[in-house]
Design a protein around this ligand. Sequence first.
Ligand SMILES: Cc1cc2nc3c(=O)[nH]c(=O)nc-3n(C[C@H](O)[C@H](O)[C@H](O)COP(=O)(O)OP(=O)(O)OC[C@H]3O[C@@H](n4cnc5c(N)ncnc54)[C@H](O)[C@@H]3O)c2cc1C
Length: 393
Amino acid sequence: MRVVVIGAGIGGLALAQGLRTAGIAVSVHDRDPAVAATGGYRLHLDHHARAALGRLLPPAVHRAVLASAAHPRTFRQFALLDHRLRTLAVERRTPGEDALMIGRIPLRRLLAHGLDVRFGATYTGHDVDAAGRVTARFADGSTDHGDLLVGADGVGSRVAAALAGRRTSRPLGVTGVAGRTPLTPAVRALVPAALHHGPGLALGPRGTIAFLSLHDPAAAPALASAGPAVPADVEEATLVWGFTLPAARLPAGPDPAGRIAAAWPHPVPALVAAADPAHTAVFGYHAADPHADLTPWSSGTVTALGDAVHAMPPTGGRAAATAIRDADLLVRELTSGADVPVAVHAYERAMPAYAVDAVEVSLSPLRWMGALAVPGAHHAAHLALRPAALVAR
Ligand SMILES: Cc1cc2nc3c(=O)[nH]c(=O)nc-3n(C[C@H](O)[C@H](O)[C@H](O)COP(=O)(O)OP(=O)(O)OC[C@H]3O[C@@H](n4cnc5c(N)ncnc54)[C@H](O)[C@@H]3O)c2cc1C
C-alpha cells in the first residue's frame, strides 16, 4: 500500500509517522517552502493526543516531543480574569491529567523528523481510476500516485472540498490577533500570579476576550531529556497572548495588536508592546458545522482529516489534539487488514464521535463573547462572577 498525504501540518505529519512506523509507504506534500516556514503558538494536546503520539511516533521522536513540551503540572488551573487581569474565578484541573503543552513550530519540526516531505508542492486536484488508484496533481505540473490520498490540508482544504463538492467549513466573523512576549524580568513582574498556575481568559472591553498563558517548557519539561538520536526543540520562555474579537472590530492599519491592547487597562498594553512583532499574527476563525455530516461523500480511496473535515476555532484548544487522534484512528484502521475503502469507511464513521464534541466545545466561548458584546452585559457578567470567584477561592 502507498499513501499520499496532502499537508505537512500537525495531522498530516502525525499520520505519516504512524504509517511509516507501521511499514506503509507514504509521501507528504506541503505548499510551504520549508518545515520551519510556518507560524503558531503553544498548542494544548490532551491525554488522547498524548497517548496517540506514543503509538504513532518512533520512540526517539516521541522522547524529543516530550522533552520539548511543558509538563502537565504547569496547567493546574484555568483562570477567568477581568480586564485588569484580576482573578474572577478559577477552575482547578484534575491532578495527573496527561496533557502536553508544546509550541506548534517545534512540534511540526519534530513530527517531520525522518520523513521525506516535499515542500513547495501545492495540491490542485486529483483523479481516481477504475481500480481506485489515485493521482494527485500539483501546481508545478508534477503528480504523485497512491492507493489512498489523505487531505490533511487544514482549514479551507481543497481535498475535502473536491470530495464534498463544497467547502467543509465557514468563516465565523471572528478574528484572532495573537503573539508572544519574551519573559524578561520586567515582563514577569507584570504577569498576574494566577497565570503561574495555568492559562487565563480575560473579559475585556466591547466583547473582546484575551487568552493568556505562560509557556516555559525548559523550566518544567514533560520529560527531563531527549535521547541522543533526536534532540529536543525547546522554545524560549514567553507569555503567549491572543485577542478574540468580532472581525468587524479589527482595527485597520498597522499594529492591530497594539491598538486592541490600548483599549485595555494596565498591564495589557505593556505586555503586548513588549512582544516580538515577527511572531504577531492576525487570522480569521472558521468552523465546520457540528450538526452536519463531517464527511459527506461515499467512502473510497480519498479521505481527509484534521481541520480539513472539522475546522474549529482555537478557543477550545482542541484542534491539534483532534487531528492527531484522527491520524491514530486512520492508521489503526489501515493496519487492520481491511481493504482501503473499508478501512476508510470505518475511520469516517468513528471520527465524528469525538470530533463533533471538539467543535462544539471550541465554539462555546464565542457564544458568550457574543453575549458580552451587548451593552451592559459585561458589567453584569463581572457582578455575577465575583461571587463565583469567592467560592472558587
Ligand atoms: C501557520 C499556522 C499557524 C497556526 N497556529 C495555531 C496556534 O497558534 N494555535 C492553534 O490552536 N492552532 C494553530 N493553527 C492551527 C492548528 O495547527 C490546526 O488547527 C491543528 O493542528 C490541526 O492540524 P491540521 O493538520 O488539520 O492542519 P494544519 O496544522 O493547519 O496543517 C495544514 C497544512 O496543509 C498545508 N496545505 C494547505 N493547503 C495546501 C495545498 N493546497 N497543497 C499543499 N499543502 C497545503 C498547509 O501549508 C499546512 O501545513 C495554525 C495553523 C497554521 C497553518
